[in-house]
Ligand binder design. Structure first.
Ligand code: MIC
Ligand code: SF4
Length: 755
């Protein structure tokens, strides 16, 4: 097969030497890999000045865009409005999120085609029209398909999914964004990002025994927590990095999303060469080799990293223990040897009911091969698995090859369900039998996220994240406390047997193979392709402009909800069954904030309607405020909007008339999404002011008319006892972002420019 967009990659590499030379001049010291890639992708071309990390807003020119079905609908509905004929950079859409895991691949896929026909047709025809490559349902999970086909060392891409960062495994800077950002780049405009801070992770030693790449990131997540990477790029280096496989590096970068990192990356090395060649991209290797020195950090940087990174972490792979993270958050790390004690102390059910292997994080050939080696041993030793097993291969290429090499047969011997090459249970597309009973139970999976209710909708499911081989071991043992390094299992003859450490080929020795990879190339000239959206469709709705700001201070706003604790995008705009409405803004708005905990009563989806004094569901109460022409605000805690890139979490409040979101701190993508959609995203200047907010307060933004960069705003809180107090709130809007707010949204501004 032909290499996709080779000419684009060659052009990027051709300009690398001059761009790096210019960057060296302005920065005046050795460069990290992250800086090289950033400076090589400046919108202005050669750098003319150095940027301040964590401060400067910079315009970039990414090389490509990737979108998945659940976010592409909104991204492309917006792109349709931008008035362009074709996308300005190579772009792809991947149908992966909308496919349920129930009985097994062939039935589930057909079922999904029946159910989502309208949406898949829309995505396929709109891709065809605008020159976008379309990967059909069953082709695989976006990030595995991107790694296999499009990622290249030193490249920069954005994608409408937080795990776009997976492509860092091939030495890219790949960044998750909302659809409105993707529209900028596809419309041929600059893409803006605050110049990130840099976290260095030095890896020494070598993985051995039961430890795998997953444990590196589970450890990093434990150290940095879910917000420790916010605004930063994580750059991995050191001898230990060289010893990891390319897809292993992908796993590590993938879960950088779980620590809030802008992205993560590794320098170009042998493992990447091997992977590029195995996936048919010798030409990319040839081009990359010619400028290899620019595709990794400077030696001086890696020799004295503390001088060049804002923060440094060191991990010795030789000493790393397998980790199991969870439940309910991916940064709660427990080494396997401590799990039994930890689970017992916390009352986590020890019995494991399901083991799931897959997701964009861990569904490579190597992942399946290593997990299969455990399964095979169990079968050979006469051990009957105690838990149920399901796997989702990452792509059709991985699935086809794994089937040819007998890996799937090994799983099937243990009664494993092989689901479609898609996200499946990872995004709540899992028709798990009995989940509606909401029983307390434990599952283990190789995914990246384990927020409450995510996989099966049951708030009492304790989901733990671990490597595929550990998933296999724990599911076979049916025991969360099982430590395969030391413990034995009883086989069908009553003997005590041990599981030996996993083995598996990094890449298939017979090469990858596939019959139909599921790719649909766009029409050379798509101008005559019609995009039909039925006016009465429940799944798709053409967008209308959000109203421009009326130039007035916002006065008398009501509190819609004061959310307490973790409020991820899953709490703001739940996935699972709601994925149905990702292309229909009004319908999906009925899930707005229904998962958030109301700080005043500890309940979800129950807030006081200040007009009637009665309690109601969040979307309904907000619709009542909208109908009455009453402004409202949302108040939240730390890391508000953590998790997904889904811009629905920003568009829903905007659509329903919420004016501002005021929190202790934001996750990066969500904050940008709010700005792009013309919302006010603000943070408490003094965190403790969160406590001042009462249920029946009203709010006046008394100096919004002088909204300007680097200047706080003043919020007057009027309490029901007649007392008022003023607090300061911070924002990070620069001048052009304030224009988005004034215009009503970034898209409104593009349209004004086009007109
Ligand atoms: C996720 O893992 O939460 C998702 C589903 O892939 C999201 C995107 C979405 O909400 O569609 C993400 O990570 O950005
Ligand atoms: Fe899909 Fe899960 Fe990856 Fe998100 S994290 S892209 S839902 S597999």
């Amino acid at each position: 097969m032909k290499v996709f967009d080779l000419d684009m990659i060659q052009r990027v590499y051709e300009r690398y030497p001059a761009r790096i030379a210019a960057a060296r001049k302005v920065v005046g010291r050795p460069l990290t890999l992250s800086e090289k890639i950033l400076y090589a992708h400046l919108w202005e071309g050669d750098a003319t000045a150095a940027f301040e990390r964590g401060k400067s807003y910079v315009d970039f020119a990414p090389d490509r865009v990737a979108m998945q079905d659940a976010t592409a609908q909104m991204a492309l509905l917006q792109f349709m409005q931008a008035g362009k004929k074709r996308v300005a950079v190579p772009s792809t859409v991947h149908a992966d999120h909308l496919i349920q895991a129930k009985v097994g691949a062939s039935k589930d896929l057909q079922e999904s085609l029946n159910q989502n026909n309208e949406v898949f047709n829309f995505l396929s025809s709109i891709s065809n029209k605008y020159g976008i490559g379309f990967w059909k349902p069953g082709a695989g999970i976006i990030h595995q398909v991107v790694l296999e086909n499009y990622a290249f060392p030193g490249g920069m891409m954005i994608g409408t999914d937080s795990h776009t960062v997976n492509a860092g495994g091939l030495g890219m800077l790949a960044i998750g964004v909302g659809g409105a950002d993707a529209v900028d780049v596809m419309a041929g405009m600059a893409w803006e990002l605050k110049f990130p801070k840099l976290i260095g992770v030095k890896l020494t030693g070598k993985l051995n025994g039961w430890t795998s790449a997953k444990d590196v990131i589970l450890k990093v997540a434990d150290i940095l927590t879910v917000k420790g990477g916010t605004g930063a790029i994580v750059e991995y280096f050191g001898d230990g990095a060289l010893s990891l496989s390319c897809t292993g590096k992908g796993t590590i970068c993938n879960m950088g999303a779980e620590i809030g990192a802008t992205t993560s990356t590794f320098g170009y090395d042998e493992s990447m060469r091997r992977y590029l060649i195995a996936t048919g991209r010798q030409e990319v290797v040839n081009a990359a080799d010619a400028i290899a020195e620019h595709l990794t950090g400077d030696q001086e940087v890696y020799a004295e990293p503390e001088k060049y990174f804002d923060q440094l972490i060191e991990i010795n792979l030789s000493e790393l223990e397998p980790h199991v993270n969870g439940p309910f958050t991916p940064d709660r790390g427990t080494p396997v040897s401590k799990m039994r004690a930890e689970a017992t102390a916390n009352g986590w059910p020890l019995q494991v009911e399901w083991g799931l292997i897959g997701s964009c994080t861990n569904s490579s050939y190597e992942d399946l091969a290593r997990a299969a080696s455990i399964v095979k041993q169990a079968v050979a030793q006469g051990i009957t698995p105690k838990a149920e097993f399901g796997i989702n291969p990452g792509s059709e290429q991985v699935r086809y090859t794994a089937e040819r090499d007998g890996i799937l047969a090994d799983f099937e011997k243990m009664g494993t369900k092989v689901f479609t090459n898609a996200c499946g249970p990872c995004i709540g597309q899992w028709a798990r039998e009995g989940a509606e009973k909401q029983e307390k139970n434990t599952i283990v999976h190789s995914f990246n996220r384990n927020f409450s209710k995510r996989a099966d909708g049951n708030p009492n499911t304790h989901a733990f994240v671990t490597s595929p081989e550990m998933v296999a071991a724990l599911a076979i043992a049916g025991d969360l406390g099982f430590n395969p390094l030391t413990d034995t299992l009883t086989n069908d003859k009553g003997e005590q047997v041990k599981l030996h450490p996993p083995v598996g080929d990094e890449l298939p020795t017979k090469g990858f193979a596939v019959e139909d990879n599921g790719y649909q190339a766009p029409a050379a000239d798509g101008s005559s392709v019609e995009i039909a959206v039925a006016p009465d469709s429940q799944r798709l709705q053409l967008l209308e402009n959000f109203p421009a700001w009326d130039g007035q201070n916002i006065l008398g706003a009501r509190l819609l909800i004061k959310a307490k604790g973790k409020c991820t995008t899953d709490h703001i705009s739940m996935a699972g069954p709601w994925l149905r409405y990702r292309g229909h803004l009004d319908n999906i708005s009925n899930n707005m904030l229904i998962g958030a905990e109301n700080a005043f009563n500890g309940e979800a989806n129950k807030v006081k309607n200040q007009l009637t004094g009665e309690y109601g569901e969040v979307p309904a109460v907000q619709r009542a405020y909208k109908a009455a022409g009453v402004a409202s605000i949302v108040v939240g805690d730390h890391n508000y909007g953590e998790g997904s890139s889904r811009e629905h979490a920003a568009m829903e409040p905007r659509h329903l008339g919420v004016r501002a979101v005021l929190v202790k701190s934001f996750a990066r993508i969500h904050e940008t999404n709010l700005k792009k959609q013309g919302m006010l995203g603000l943070t408490f200047a003094n965190e403790a002011d969160y406590d001042k907010i009462q249920e029946d307060d009203t709010f006046d933004f008394i100096d919004l008319q002088s909204f300007a960069p680097d200047t706080q705003l003043t919020l007057q809180i009027n309490h029901s006892n007649g007392k008022s107090e003023q607090i300061k709130v911070n924002h990070t809007y620069n001048a052009s972002q304030i224009e988005w707010f004034r215009a009503g949204s970034a898209l409104n501004l593009i349209k004004m420019m086009e007109a």
